[in-house]
Design a protein around this ligand. Structure first.
Ligand SMILES: Cc1cc2nc3c(=O)[nH]c(=O)nc-3n(C[C@H](O)[C@H](O)[C@H](O)COP(=O)(O)OP(=O)(O)OC[C@H]3O[C@@H](n4cnc5c(N)ncnc54)[C@H](O)[C@@H]3O)c2cc1C
Length: 409
């Protein structure tokens, strides 16, 4: 039996462990933070199969100045962090010239994302985990609704479908807000994960029930050998396996750099508020597009999430982001009350907004899967399948060529 060490126990790492167990690999997951601090458990829960257009595109770059936090928008480019985000932005601009390539690559993954989630939830014995109820996009004024609707109509949304909300749906949305919306659409075949703590629990339970191990430790370094790998942990001990998979989110860079010329990943930090005291009805996620805010009702509470802040992973959070979220909630008159739990975490993002999924050619016992940007939850299950296929030398469901890390060398 092959043995694998998976470095990182976020949703990507745990899905990989589950995928590898399915093909008979013995797994050990090494994770620094088995609590719920990682982006994997702080996200908006949206299975976003509609997000086929790569964010590395000229329209997104051109819109950046008017989306700045200082102008009321969701984009944070802290001047103190310019040495991080400026080189990233230059690489992003270069990737924007290959937007067609990015779109085709994302489409190949997103087409398979929801079927992969459905079979993962079956494997976990949790049929209610994936709720295929779509999501709403709401605009507050008729003017922004007309512009927003036109934009969605001209956007590639892959296999997703939407319609303009009917009178019933508009009534439901109006019931959430103090002023009726100016317009809204409903995506029909996108989905939501019912509850993220429950997902984390069931992935971990399933892994350990099949004799997998989850070790609470930090992986410090990987040593590649001809037929094996060994991983040094923070306490100086080492652990061995036939191969390793690096799935440590933004921190994958530290583990990969000794083997790669360039891993230009950045922490794209987001913030949320979560409230347990709410009267939000049983509706799918609602995107308030004028405010770049998504509100999701999970079983464990109501979550309002927003912001893309390009910063250092370990820089202190910016309190103003939570204040802004509070003022959005109050301005819309959403049916929820304090106290709210405040959370901040980092999307792992590469400049072309494509994940890195593959195997190092010069160190073939090191596989990797990170850099899933805004789509890590959406793409976790298909990533688990792809790594299992790669590890067993089987044909992969989609071509991994666009996700090869060598593209940055
Ligand atoms: C506000 C917000 C909203 C979002 N909403 C959505 C959404 O609705 N849908 C969607 O698809 N995506 C969403 N995302 C993106 C998604 O959350 C991420 O892409 C995803 O969580 C990345 O998962 P990951 O497992 O790669 O990384 P992480 O979640 O960062 O997990 C990495 C894990 O590795 C561990 N680790 C790090 N270094 C080491 C080490 N050296 N040794 C051992 N362990 C280590 C960490 O502790 C962590 O547990 C959102 C993100 C944010 C911030």
């Amino acid at each position: 039996m092959q043995r694998a060490l998976i470095l990182g126990g976020g949703v990507v790492g745990l899905s990989i462990a589950t995928g590898l167990q399915r093909v008979g690999v013995e797994v050990t997951v090494i994770d620094t933070a088995p609590a719920l601090g990682a982006a994997s458990w702080g996200n908006a829960g949206h299975i976003a199969i509609e997000q086929v257009e790569p964010l590395a595109s000229w329209p997104v770059i051109r819109a950046a100045p008017r989306r700045l936090f200082s102008r009321g928008g969701a984009l944070g480019l802290p001047p103190s962090q310019i040495k991080r985000w400026l080189p990233f932005a230059l690489r992003m601009a270069s990737a924007a010239n290959r937007v067609e390539h990015g779109r085709a690559a994302l489409r190949s993954l997103l087409t398979n994302a929801l079927p992969a989630w459905k079979s993962l939830s079956e494997q976990l014995g949790m049929p209610g985990l994936v709720r295929e109820t779509g999501h709403f996009v709401v605009w507050e004024s008729a003017v922004s609704a007309a512009a927003g609707l036109a934009a969605w109509r001209s956007t590639d949304i892959g296999t997703a479908r939407f319609h303009e909300c009917d009178a019933d749906e508009m009534r439901q949305l109006a019931g959430l807000m103090k002023r009726a919306p100016g317009g809204a659409i409903r995506f029909e075949n996108t989905a939501q994960i019912a509850d993220l703590p429950k997902l984390a629990d069931s992935l971990r339970t399933s892994i350990t029930a099949r004799s997998g191990r989850i070790v609470n430790a930090k992986a410090r370094a990987i040593t590649h050998r001809e037929r094996s790998v060994s991983v040094t942990l923070d306490d100086g001990s080492t652990t061995e396996a036939d191969f390793t998979v690096v799935a440590a989110g933004v921190r994958s860079r530290e583990l990969m750099e000794p083997y790669c010329e360039s891993v230009p990943i950045i922490a794209e930090r987001g913030y949320h508020l979560q409230m347990t005291d709410h009267r939000w009805p049983d509706l799918p996620p609602v995107v308030f597009e004028d405010r770049s805010m998504i509100v999701t009702r999970f079983e464990s509470g109501l979550r309002a999430a927003s912001f893309v802040e390009f910063s250092h992973l370990d820089a202190p959070p910016d309190e103003r982001k939570w204040q802004r979220l509070r003022s959005h909630v109050a301005a819309l008159g959403l049916p929820c009350n304090e106290p709210a739990r405040q959370w901040m975490g980092a999307r792992p993002t590469l400049p072309d907004y494509l994940p890195a999924i593959g195997r190092l050619p010069h160190a073939p016992n090191i596989l990797y899967a990170f850099g899933h940007q805004h789509l890590g939850l959406t793409l976790a299950a298909i990533t688990g399948d792809l790594i299992a296929q790669l590890a067993t030398q089987s044909p992969t469901t989609v071509s991994l060529a666009p996700f090869d890390l060598q593209r940055f060398s």
